[in-house]
Design a protein around this ligand. Structure first.
Ligand code: C5J
Length: 251
């Protein structure tokens, strides 16, 4: 009986946006095909552009990573953020991190790898990936403005352990433009979670970054492969062109 009830569980299925022919819809040239920006239904998601991951001498670097690989994302992402703000788009910033008592840090995540510093340890920019610490916060160049949503997440995905889905659903958002770091970890996990929840997801290739060039290339290829198995991929220029241009009516 319980099983039956479980199998009859109801889910909220996100319906494709009904396009009103009279309302112009900008369309971004993307892989594997055009990506629509239905007015008022698109949010920009900026994942984990935190000092702990990006700053020289920070946690990311103590793991042996080359943080310059992530720094290249900042200028194009600043341009996209400015354009999204001008367009009145909903903007979501996420931060990976944990409560100061680490009660939301699974031991399996805490123990992982052989880092010289672990989550919660005192690091160059405060306790590593702990909420409220300087290193946990977003880099100066991309600081949220008042009214922009900041989602604190304990995991790699932006939906696990957060109210992001409720926030987007309440706002009527059906499409996400995803940016941030790292491409193969928190960006990928978020894109896959969003895709399963029925969002249409565009990833901006020059606004996501990986410490590993090979992961960056393959990570992007995987999203748009097989006809867009997880979503769409375009560069920021293609999006900016549409945000700046007068909209055209979708076919
Ligand atoms: C990682 C992230 N790589 N934001 N976090 O641990 O991708």
């Amino acid at each position: 009986m319980n099983q039956l009830i479980r199998s009859e569980q109801t889910f909220t299925v996100r319906r494709p946006t009904l396009i009103n022919e009279s309302v112009p819809v900008p369309v971004v040239e993307a892989e594997p095909g055009p990506f629509s920006l239905p007015p008022g239904r698109v949010a920009l998601v900026i994942i984990d552009m935190q000092r702990d991951f990006l700053l020289p001498g920070g946690f990311g670097e103590t793991l042996g990573n080359d943080v310059s690989q992530l720094a290249v994302v900042v200028p194009p992402l600043q341009r996209v953020l400015a354009a999204a703000r001008s367009a009145g788009m909903m903007i979501i910033h996420t931060r990976e991190g944990h409560r100061p008592d680490l009660s939301d840090l699974p031991p399996a995540k805490h123990r992982r790898g052989k880092p010289s510093l672990r989550i919660g340890d005192p690091g160059p920019y405060g306790r590593i990936l702990v909420r409220g610490e300087y290193g946990h916060d977003i880099i100066d160049e991309l600081q949220p403005e008042p009214g922009e949503m900041v989602i604190d997440k304990p995991g790699k995905g932006s939906f696990y352990g957060t109210d992001l889905d409720e926030i987007l659903t309440t706002a009527g958002i059906t499409s996400l433009i995803v940016t941030g770091v790292t491409t193969e970890v928190c960006v990928h996990t978020t894109v896959r979670e969003a895709n399963d929840r029925g969002y249409e997801v565009l990833v901006l290739s020059d606004c996501v970054g990986s410490y590993f060039p090979e992961f960056q290339r393959v990570g992007l290829d995987m999203i748009a492969a097989q006809g867009g198995i997880f979503g769409w991929v375009a560069d920021s220029a293609a999006l900016l062109q549409q945000l700046a241009a007068p909209a055209t009516t979708a076919a």
